[in-house]
Write a protein that binds this ligand. Sequence first.
Ligand SMILES: Cc1cc2nc3c(=O)[nH]c(=O)nc-3n(C[C@H](O)[C@H](O)[C@H](O)COP(=O)(O)OP(=O)(O)OC[C@H]3O[C@@H](n4cnc5c(N)ncnc54)[C@H](O)[C@@H]3O)c2cc1C
Length: 476
Amino acid sequence: MSVDISEYGKNIVNKYAKQLGYDDDKLEMLHAIVESITEILHKHNVFAKSVEWDREGAKLINNKVQLPSGMEEVITEIIRDNEFYKIFLKEEFGGMGYTPIVLGPILEVLSTFDLSLQILVTISLSVLEPLISHHKAEFNDVIQKFADGKTTGYVAFTEAGAGSNLERVKSTSMLEGDEWVLNGTKIFISNGGYADTGLFLAQNIVGGKPEGTNVFLVEGLKNIEILRLEEKSGLHANPTAQLHFKDVRVPKENLIGKVGEGYSKVLERLMGMRLGVAYQASSMAKRGYQLAVEYAQTREQFGRPIISFPEIKNKIKSMELQIPRLDDYAIRSAFAVERNMRGWIPIEVGAGGKNMAEKMAAKMLPGVVRYGIAHYFVSSAKLYCTEIANSMLYDAQQIFGGMGFVAETEINKIARDARVLSIYEGTSEIHSWAINRAIKAVNMIPKFKYPYLQYDSETIYEKMLFARFNQLKDII
Ligand SMILES: Cc1cc2nc3c(=O)[nH]c(=O)nc-3n(C[C@H](O)[C@H](O)[C@H](O)COP(=O)(O)OP(=O)(O)OC[C@H]3O[C@@H](n4cnc5c(N)ncnc54)[C@H](O)[C@@H]3O)c2cc1C
């Protein structure tokens, strides 16, 4: 009883990537990259080490963040020796020009081994994305630093009073001569205090009053105090920091996008971060499944392997049935992000329209449709994959019996780590709201119907999901 979980994922990546113009050579190269990262992770014995890293945890010592022993070596080998960020940089920046559609297999291999490590390596991509999409010459040096593996990134948006509603941040930015002065306290910052190149979201203060929000590139940790690292129920090896920015001065050019449009124009585009979480979820669910199958085949009770008991076998079967669906959701959303980036409209929307609403909708095309659809897919994948991964990991942990409750087992660590997936990068409730908002926008288009995925029957995990988010049934 097993599915070749890597083969299915690989095949659908190939299928969609080909539609986007990737040729066989480029796909072969992609799979070679994935193999080489896998080799590094095996060489460093990361499956076993991740449990030790979890126990040791990231620490704050003398105002410096210290990662668990041996973790930095692995990060350096991936990002510096293997020039990880170059994979995603456009050719004109000396990169390999791979686009979101191929994120999946790379993110998957990292988060299969360890979520904390994956975050430490990949958040930088969220810093790089706006530096490229709102590019100016002044960003070239820092882009090069990423390309050379000499820096990693963090994203400082959340504050105590502004989580789901980021537009309400209280941090401030004021232009003084040729510099912006940044102030504020950020919480829950992944890689915080360890990574030294970040994005910072603040109100744009003009004449003492807020006029929209700004997003900045902040280089170095000068004038940034690490107030604390959070003690969390999982993700122990990844520092989640409270950072106090006190009169941090950045050059005028470090503003990303236009003044006052930080939230609406810069952050809204960061779909890759949410897409990345869908991939984290699907790979952790698959790892949980693998561990559960191995355990159920070898653990004996009542003189038989526990896999022979229907209660266990059924759980494993349900997981097995669910796995390709996780892949479908994740890849579909990567496809939508990519089409949005390229400005393609994935459907026939027509023009004109019978009445005023339809005429207006047609006029707003293609932006509304493209953007709405991309949000719809990304939010659907983020919500679906993360909620379902958590249910699957509950079952995987259950199959381990008492050992599932013991912190030293990998399954226990994964289940604890996975709990955050439906919280960060927009909670499931926020994505449910975003899906409905996207639907309203796109329903303005005559005759448009959302292409939600339909399977022959619902898995137990889908039943649980739609029981909790019943407004999404037949929508996502
Ligand atoms: C481990 C970890 C790492 C993180 N990393 C980062 C990072 O690197 N950078 C960063 O900026 N942030 C980061 N975050 C912050 C994270 O994105 C926020 O915690 C998350 O967006 C939720 O915000 P909140 O905690 O303020 O919850 P709240 O927004 O206060 O939400 C509380 C509850 O209310 C619900 N809710 C809120 N609004 C609505 C609504 N309109 N409709 C229905 N329900 C609603 C939520 O779903 C939730 O259940 C991280 C968080 C964690 C735990």
